[in-house]
Design a binder for this molecule. Structure first.
Ligand code: GCO
Ligand code: MN
Ligand code: MN
Length: 388
């Protein structure tokens, strides 16, 4: 029986803002004392996490002096060392301050756009100093409530220009960053630009350095919009653009809940884990979520440990599913092979087209191939429910 201890090879990470979340919501103030970055590292060390990520201002307050900044960074690096943590990812807070209330890179104000780029350069310096190699761009306030307020085509151009600038900055500084774009449909804006992972996958080939750029899909984000998260991740993986992933959970159609990974949608979480494991994803697995507002810090530890444990359990379930003889024989039956026809359809040529047109493919006969999907899904459920 597997013990489900967090496997360091899986690179389980948490943001300072996740386990450090103090439980504010639109209806009420904090319910937990805020804890320092060093205390977050100690907590993560205790639960056996692999790493810690941060926004610039999770670590260094926006108004800190150079001396304060240096002291904070020194203490943080020491706390990481002591707790055996690394910081694989860093990002910029481009959403909390009033200056960003109408966006950062897509703001209508050229001065604010310039400030956002400047702030990101400084945050990239900070991330690099802490060892980060992945830089996340989440469009916190990039969007609108009313499309009277911003030109959506201009916004795409502004966003692209900012990213091109920052790619050059990373190259010039030799930071070796890979940029990972994170889509979200809404919250905090009524409508956010680049609402789904696929929006960024379409943007990337239009950038000056497409090779440096990929995505950071988040379970809750596509799920909020009622979409199938696994399919979005699959497309990113297939394009070799899955640089990072934000794991959490969420009921469809609700507010941004950021629940513990696999606490609601076991089955989607299972197919996600199976996808990541079957296709050898080896980037960080980042839990971008937070404990219930009812929890104290002892329970925040349960939250963090539970996030990793759920992943480990689902990985074991995926192995079981892959090794299940009955499931595998059903899959074999479903996937009808025909080497001759596949050779014809693999690549177009006039000769292949001619041969294909001459094939006696009978739609009535083809429709008779059995698809025992009820059986297959039931077996899947039985694996998940622990009786198989
Ligand atoms: C959210 C987002 C953020 C980002 C974070 C890092 O819904 O608020 O998921 O948590 O992931 O800002 O870019
Ligand atoms: Mn989120
Ligand atoms: Mn996120």
């Amino acid at each position: 029986m597997a013990n489900f201890e967090p496997d360091p090879k899986l690179k389980f990470t948490f943001g300072l803002w996740t386990v450090g979340n103090i439980g504010r919501d639109p209806f009420g103030g904090p319910v937990r004392e805020s804890i320092s970055p060093v205390e977050v590292c100690n907590l993560l060390g205790e639960v056996g996490a692999y790493g810690v990520n941060f926004h610039d201002n999770d670590l260094v307050p926006i108004d800190a002096s150079q001396a304060e900044r240096d002291r904070i960074v020194r203490d943080f690096k020491k706390a990481m060392r002591v707790n055996g943590l690394v910081a694989p990812m860093a990002t910029t807070n481009l959403f909390s301050e009033p200056v960003f209330r109408d966006g950062a890179f897509t703001s209508n104000n050229a001065r604010i756009r310039a400030y956002a780029i400047q702030k990101t350069m400084r945050a990239m310096d900070l991330g690099a100093e802490c060892g980060a190699k992945i830089y996340v761009f989440w469009g916190g306030r990039e969007g609108t409530e009313s499309d009277a307020t911003k030109d959506p085509i201009e916004s795409i151009k502004r966003f692209r220009e900012a990213i091109n600038f920052l790619c050059e900055y990373s190259l010039k500084q030799r930071y070796g960053y890979r940029f990972a774009f994170e889509a979200k449909p809404n919250e905090p804006r009524g409508h956010m630009y680049f609402a789904v992972t696929g929006s960024y996958l379409a943007l990337i080939p239009t950038l000056d350095h497409p090779d440096m750029c990929g995505v950071n899909p988040e379970f809750a984000h596509e799920t909020m919009a009622g979409l199938n998260f696994v399919h979005h991740v699959a497309q990113a993986l297939e394009l070799k653009k899955l640089f990072h992933v934000d794991l959490n959970d969420q009921e469809m159609g609700r507010y941004d809940q950021d629940f513990r990974f696999a606490s609601v949608n076991f089955k989607s979480a299972f197919f996600l884990v199976k996808l990541l494991e079957d296709y050898g994803y080896n980037g960080p697995r980042h839990f971008d979520s937070h404990a219930y507002r009812q929890s104290n810090y002892a329970d925040v530890k349960n939250f963090a440990a539970g996030s990793m444990r759920n992943y480990m359990i689902l990985r074991e379930k995926a192995r079981r599913w892959n090794a299940d003889k009955q499931i595998q024989s059903l899959l074999k039956q479903i996937n009808v092979e025909d080497a001759g026809l596949s050779k014809l359809t693999k690549k177009f040529s006039p000769a292949n087209a001619k041969k294909l047109l001459a094939e006696p493919l009978n739609y009535k006969k083809l429709a008779q191939a059995p698809l025992l999907y009820e059986k297959l899904d039931q077996l899947t459920n039985e694996v998940l429910l622990g009786i198989r």
